[in-house]
Design a protein around this ligand. Structure first.
Ligand code: GLN
Length: 494
């Protein structure tokens, strides 16, 4: 492999090469930066690239390794990108919004801090739907991200920039956030692996909050094994996020641990008529593959599934209307630095950019949420939705008590054309039909590539028991060992 192709490596492969002194982190980082330069113009996955800083960090990583130190730094020298709603000290965090166009956080999110401590190298920040509201990145104030498999299609969302970047090897992995599918959905559309950890497994401190009761940050990677390597770094209890809990750290995948004797549930409500034929075929083919690996399948029922999207679109806007209220230009008295190192108070910045304001989707959600929470409607909408949410969760937990995990499609179809749904919010909300269940229930779920339909990737979703990411890794990893879907790349970029 030539030095200019090092960006194609998985984390696992890169660590091996770094440890064997076959490559350096500077070479690896330079290859990613060159790749971003050559393809980002077409894809618009990265909003900020911190070339200089990344190379400095990479050099430092090489020095640590050369000195024979850093054994405890599990991602030493590994370059990655972070979604732009994850705060990064001294680097812009826009959340895809004009309102935060020049916002520079004065501290790192906990997961960024953890990655820094583990030696990972931050390359830049990725495009997303404004404030993570959406399933296509079309709601970004900085232009849509394009799907590398077909540039006229969306990459999914809201972490579309992260997914498209991993799919074209701009980085070794990327961070996303998943509130109602935003890691799994774009991972499915772009043909990569995306893990939404259990709610409370990875700290939300330093994320730009969307829906605090379902937000969770997680990795988008080239393989299941890599998702595990990243989760091991970003997980864990954090005193700044009271919803994180003390857990047994995720255990490394055991070599030779196979799938014999496992039972996977197929919820019949997830295999409905509206699923595209090609998606159904790809999922069925994957099920056959799993059977060969020793998995037993049983049909299960989650009758409340149909309420997932309506409940999600009451609870989410309600929390959003509360969370976005902080961007009123008054409460934040912090100072920020611009590109020329001039200090501005956040008040000035908001005052200047507020004229540009929230985009239409953020406005829609603020209005919906304010309505659902208002006196007279609160019981009918918000409280009712919370009750149904509890039902959804109880039902999920009960069914998961009988099986090792659930298998479903990630989305009913493959990536759609840019512009084809953006004028119809309801159509866009229905994108989330298969991903809201795990979000409302706080369960871990992973999307892995399992085939193609109309030459576009199909994603398969595994939903696990609370804090049982290990099972998803075991099942996903065995599948990727037996198949090659995760190795496929969009030809026009290679
Ligand atoms: N499609 C979901 C929404 O628009 C995705 C949200 C998310 O996970 N950030 O709400």
């Amino acid at each position: 492999m030539s030095k200019s192709e090092l960006n194609k490596l998985t984390i696992k492969q890169a660590i091996e090469k770094l440890n064997n002194k076959e490559i350096t982190s500077v070479e690896l980082t330079a290859a990613c930066l060159a790749r971003i330069k050559s393809v980002n113009g077409k894809i618009n996955a990265c909003l900020t690239v911190c070339e200089e800083q990344a190379l400095v960090e990479a050099k430092k990583a090489d020095e640590i390794r050369q000195a024979g130190q850093g054994q405890a730094m599990s991602l030493l020298g590994i370059p990655y990108l972070a979604k732009d709603n994850i705060m990064t000290k001294n680097i812009k965090t826009t959340a895809g919004s004009k309102i935060l166009e020049n916002y520079i956080a004065c501290y790192d999110a906990v997961i960024i801090k953890k990655l820094k401590q583990a030696g990972a190298v931050l390359l830049g920040k990725t495009n997303m739907d404004e404030f993570a509201h959406g399933s296509s990145t079309e709601n970004s104030a900085f232009g849509t991200t394009h799907n590398p498999w077909d540039l006229s299609c969306v990459p999914g969302g809201s972490s579309g920039g992260s997914a498209a970047a991993v799919a074209t090897d701009m980085c070794l992995f990327a961070l996303g956030t998943d509130t109602g599918g935003s890691i799994r959905h774009p991972a499915g559309f772009c043909g990569i692996t995306g893990l939404k950890p259990t709610y409370g497994r990875s700290s939300r401190f330093g994320l730009i909050s969307m829906t605090s009761s379902t937000d969770v940050p997680g990795p988008l990677t080239k393989t299941v094994e890599d998702a595990m390597l990243v989760l091991q770094v970003i997980e864990g209890v954090d005193k700044n996020d009271a919803t994180t809990v003390e857990i047994t750290p995720s255990t490394p995948l055991c070599q030779g641990e196979n799938l014999k004797g496992l039972t996977v549930g197929l919820p019949k409500e997830y295999f409905i008529e509206g699923i595209e034929k090609g998606v159904k075929q790809a999922i069925e083919q994957a099920i056959e593959e799993f059977k060969k690996l020793g998995v037993r399948f049983v049909e299960v029922s989650l009758p409340h599934t149909k309420y997932g999207v309506p409940v999600y679109y009451i609870i989410t806007p309600s929390e959003i209307s509360s969370n976005l209220a902080r961007f009123d230009g008054i409460k934040y008295g912090l100072s920020v630095m611009d590109e020329k190192n001039h200090i501005h108070s956040l008040f000035d910045i908001y005052a200047k950019s507020r004229g540009k304001g929230f985009g239409p989707e953020a406005k829609r959600r603020i209005m919906l949420g304010t309505y659902a929470l208002s006196a007279g409607y609160y019981d009918a909408y918000y409280i009712q939705a919370q009750k149904v949410r509890t039902k959804i969760k109880q039902e999920m937990d009960k069914v998961l008590g009988q099986v090792n995990c659930l298998l479903t499609p990630t989305a009913p179809h493959v990536a759609f054309k840019i512009g084809s749904k953006s004028a119809d919010p309801l159509k866009m909300y229905l994108e989330d039909i298969f991903v809201t269940g795990a979000s409302l229930s706080g369960l871990p779920a992973i999307s892995i590539p399992c085939g193609f339909d109309h030459s576009l990737p199909v994603g398969l979703q595994l939903i696990g028991k609370k804090f049982d990411e290990a099972m998803l890794f075991r099942i996903g990893h065995n599948y990727q060992t037996a198949t090659e879907w995760h190795l496929k790349r969009a030809k026009s970029f290679y």
